[in-house]
Write a protein that binds this ligand. Structure first.
Ligand code: UDP
Length: 235
């Protein structure tokens, strides 16, 4: 399938229509942003790494019974995906305190949570993706109670599958962000990407950060960290 009309450019990806109205091509860029896109840069070959990692992870999740938008990887930077209408919430799952949770509650990074913490953040950079609860989601008509139940069920399943998977690659899954969408106006499926842009991954032995925090916090060796995650995941 070939790229037809360009339809959307996000911070890290572009979307194109294909000859099938229900199928899009998702192209991964090297552009990186942080802090609600106030910090911008590029990470060499990030698009290639994130495309390959997303392929691997979506394939694994499909095998575990979680429906995703992934159809097939086409080349280094492009994958075929089902066209969805994205639900405007960022679904965050946390196993260990870091980032936004450390800041919100003045906690030290690295505290192991007694249970995974699921959060909804309303997707709006201008408002800094504010934390909202189930009632906000339902009261504002962002998702129905049934849809919210499905998103919760899938999110906990994704966490269990990915914790185990990354552990086998000597990586700790600290937290991650998911996005869901409605396919053909109804079926809720997992969309977007799963990569070091959207997951915090720490080396199990050294606790070294191997994710976008290297870019956010100017820690250096950003490209190398993404390559290292790809190397381990493909091993
Ligand atoms: N995250 C993301 N996109 C965002 C915000 C967060 O992919 O716009 C990911 C982030 O990489 C981390 C998890 O979601 O793995 C939790 O992020 P957090 O809420 O701590 O926010 P941050 O520290 O990124 O501001």
């Amino acid at each position: 399938m070939e790229k037809r009309k360009f339809i959307y450019e996000g911070k890290a990806k572009r979307l194109y229509e294909t000859d099938d109205q229900d199928i899009l091509i998702q192209e991964f860029k090297d552009d990186a942003t942080a802090f609600d896109a106030t910090k911008r840069g590029t990470i060499g070959n990030k698009g290639i790494v994130n495309n390959k990692l997303s392929e691997k992870i979506f394939t694994l999740l499909e095998k575990k019974g979680i429906p995703t938008h992934f159809i097939k990887r086409l080349n280094d930077r492009d994958m075929l995906v089902k066209r969805v209408k994205i639900v405007p919430i960022e679904v965050t799952m946390r196993n260990i305190v870091a980032g936004g949770m450390a800041k919100l509650l003045a906690l030290d990074e690295g505290i192991i949570l007694k249970k995974p913490v699921l959060e909804w953040h309303y997707k709006e950079d201008k408002l800094h993706d504010p934390l909202i609860n189930d009632d906000h989601v339902m009261a504002l008509g962002i998702a129905t109670p049934k849809e919210l139940e499905i998103i919760k069920k899938y999110s906990y399943k994704v966490n269990e599958a990915l914790k185990k998977f990354f552990d086998s690659k000597n990586l700790i899954l600290v937290d991650f962000k998911l996005e869901f969408g409605r396919y053909k106006g109804k079926t809720m499926i997992l969309a977007d990407e799963i990569s070091p842009d959207t997951c915090r991954l720490w080396d199990k032995t050294t606790k070294e950060k191997l994710d976008k925090d290297r870019f956010r916090r100017d820690l250096g060796n950003v490209e190398e960290a993404y390559q290292e995650v790809l190397r381990r995941v493909m091993a």
